[in-house]
Design a binder for this molecule. Structure first.
Ligand code: 5GP
Ligand code: MG
Ligand code: MG
Length: 179
């Protein structure tokens, strides 16, 4: 089941921090300063990204909520079937919402989640993903903001796992099997 592998760094912690600072400026321009922003993290892969992102928005009134959608299991391929495992705690009708995802791959997860949340009629809903693999897309979906476009590699770190390990790495790395 578990093949031997090493992790090659792809994006450093410093590069991630600089990109998040730049993205937060874009986010600030889009959402009105005087209104509360509901930042929705998709569990579990976005937990570090959302933590860094909301601290770049410390001058804003921010509410944090989480949603868990599953399309993956422990496999490295998308099942293309999205299930909501944990829904939001709060209401988003009439509110400003930013959905935060780790990676857009086939696009199934985020397009499903966006359709679901838009049916609740938020005032404004935008999406941000730390990583984007455009070459893997199977449904027509674009996040409003992307941290980094990456090639078709399986990545880990900065919240993102391989078989529930490696989420605690401060950088993004690619998994290289050594067998
Ligand atoms: P999509 O529904 O767009 O195919 O899948 C998105 C989800 O697949 C991401 O949120 C992430 O959980 C998972 N995923 C896609 N690419 C990778 C990857 O390179 N590494 C890991 N660990 N998960 C990935
Ligand atoms: Mg995910
Ligand atoms: Mg995962």
């Amino acid at each position: 089941m578990s093949r031997p592998y090493v992790i090659d760094q792809m994006i450093s912690a410093k590069e991630i921090a600089a990109r998040i600072e730049a993205l937060s400026k874009e986010i600030r321009k889009t959402f009105p300063a005087g209104e509360r922003l509901v930042v929705v993290g998709l569990l579990r892969g976005s937990f570090i990204f959302i933590a860094d992102l909301v601290r770049e928005l410390q001058d804003r009134e921010v509410e944090v909520d989480f949603l868990e959608a599953s399309s993956y299991g422990n496999a490295m391929e998308s099942s293309r079937e999205v299930r909501i495992l944990k829904d939001l705690r709060g209401e988003i009708g009439g509110r400003n919402v930013l959905v935060v995802e780790d990676i857009v791959d086939t696009g199934y997860t985020l397009s499903h989640v966006v359709a679901l949340l838009k049916s609740r009629e938020p005032k404004q809903l935008k999406t941000i993903a730390l990583l984007d693999k455009p070459s893997r897309r199977e449904v027509d979906f674009r996040a409003d903001w992307i941290g980094f476009e990456i090639p078709d590699e399986f990545v880990v770190g900065y919240g993102i796992d391989y078989a529930q390990s490696n989420r605690n790495l401060p950088y993004i790395g690619k998994v290289r099997f050594t067998d």
